[in-house]
Ligand binder design. Structure first.
Ligand code: GTP
Length: 342
């Protein structure tokens, strides 16, 4: 069976890291996020389709170096087609039943169990559901006793919410769903297709799961997911190959070929590949992009430093983003869409 990963977004909320890389390639515990997700697919999935657009070449390059043990198809949309349009555009690669997955959600969902749930219900579509406290920020599902979804209520007041369950971004669909999607235009699966499946088939189900669900939309959640998974593995740090560390690394991840000087402390942060950090530096709750140079006596807290930046001696960088290079051509000025939580 197939799994399509929606991997074509610009990831504007993660700029400047996404000025220079496709969001699915952001490292999670030093491994591109998309590889992390592919490795957690159930064995039933033998073909993976990546619905791509922005920085497709980088994604191709990543897969030319890794063997995931599954067939990988990189399907480039001529333009972003949205969650429904991207699936329709991959129709020729799809069989009778397939997963549609966001490539920026890390969760404890058991997709094998979701297949069994879908089969038991003879569902046309099953979507994953996750409980939240803050219902008023999301589309909340109306779910019957038997797990059948009858609709969604957008951003309800807590007292009006039909449940506390939101669309968690993993879909298991029968191929008949493709008939509802028009070819060649921007289509939202959530807004345009799901309501039709609910009203026409009545076989639209919600699969609840527990554990964790982290939507890596923003820098804060990107840092959080790395720390969360580090803890899950019982580790305090990960230091990549060819790195040379003289200072203290706490609750942090360092990429390959990272040099850390004496009396330097790195805490709750992610440092990408080929970064050089001099003596007497403190970095906390921050992300440092590839090929950066951080000179002596610098203090960085709650900041993001884009790739290839140099921070000069003695600077204090607090609650800010550093990007001094031209913004890549074609990069949107603001967020285009928001699939989850719409
Ligand atoms: P922001 O700009 O920060 O909102 O990020 P984003 O562009 O990734 O959008 P969002 O987080 O809403 O997207 C959720 C998932 O859908 C991500 O995995 C995106 O890569 C993917 N995605 C969003 N729009 C499209 C699209 O038009 N085509 C494809 N193939 N994937 C998309």
């Amino acid at each position: 069976m197939e799994a399509i990963f929606l991997a074509g977004g610009f990831g504007t909320r993660l700029k400047p890291l996404t000025y220079t890389r496709a969001k699915p390639l952001l490292p999670i515990l030093n491994k591109p996020m998309i590889l992390y997700l592919i490795d957690s697919l159930p064995s039933e999935v033998d073909r993976v389709i990546l619905a791509v657009n922005y920085k497709k070449e980088q994604i191709e390059k990543c897969f030319s170096k890794y063997d995931c043990g599954r067939e990988i198809i990189i399907n480039e949309e001529p333009e972003p087609l949205g969650t429904g349009g991207a699936v329709k555009f991959a129709e020729k690669y799809l069989g009778d039943r397939f997963f549609v997955l966001n490539s920026d959600i890390i969760s404890s969902i058991n997709l094998q169990d979701m297949i069994r749930f879908h089969e038991r219900n003879k569902a046309t579509a099953t979507i994953s559901l996750w409980p939240v406290d803050n219902v008023s920020e999301f589309g909340v599902a109306e779910v019957g006793e038997d797990g059948r979804i009858t609709g969604f209520v957008e951003k309800p007041k807590p007292e009006d919410a039909p449940s506390n369950l939101i669309n968690a971004g993993a879909y298991l669909l029968e191929s008949e769903v493709l008939d509802y999607i028009e070819t060649g235009r921007l289509v939202s699966m959530e807004k345009e297709i799901f309501p039709q499946i609910i009203s026409n088939t009545g076989r639209f189900y919600g699969y609840k799961f527990e554990g964790y669900w982290i939507d890596i939309g923003r820098i804060k959640s990107y840092l959080y997911v790395n720390q969360f998974l580090l803890k899950e593995k019982g580790l305090d740090k990960i230091i990549g190959e060819d790195s040379n560390v003289k200072g203290d690394i706490v609750n942090s991840i360092l990429g390959r070929n990272v040099n850390v000087g004496r009396n330097t402390v790195i805490k709750s942060s992610v440092i990408f590949d080929n970064v050089s950090i001099d003596d007497n530096v403190t970095i906390e709750n921050s992300v440092i992009g590839e090929n950066c140079r951080i000179k002596e006596n610098v203090y960085i807290n709650n900041a993001v430093i884009g790739d290839n930046e140099t921070i000069m001696d003695g600077y204090e960088i607090i609650d800010t983003t550093i990007w001094t290079q031209p913004i890549p051509e074609g990069y949107p000025k603001k967020q285009i869409g928001n699939v989850i939580g719409e």
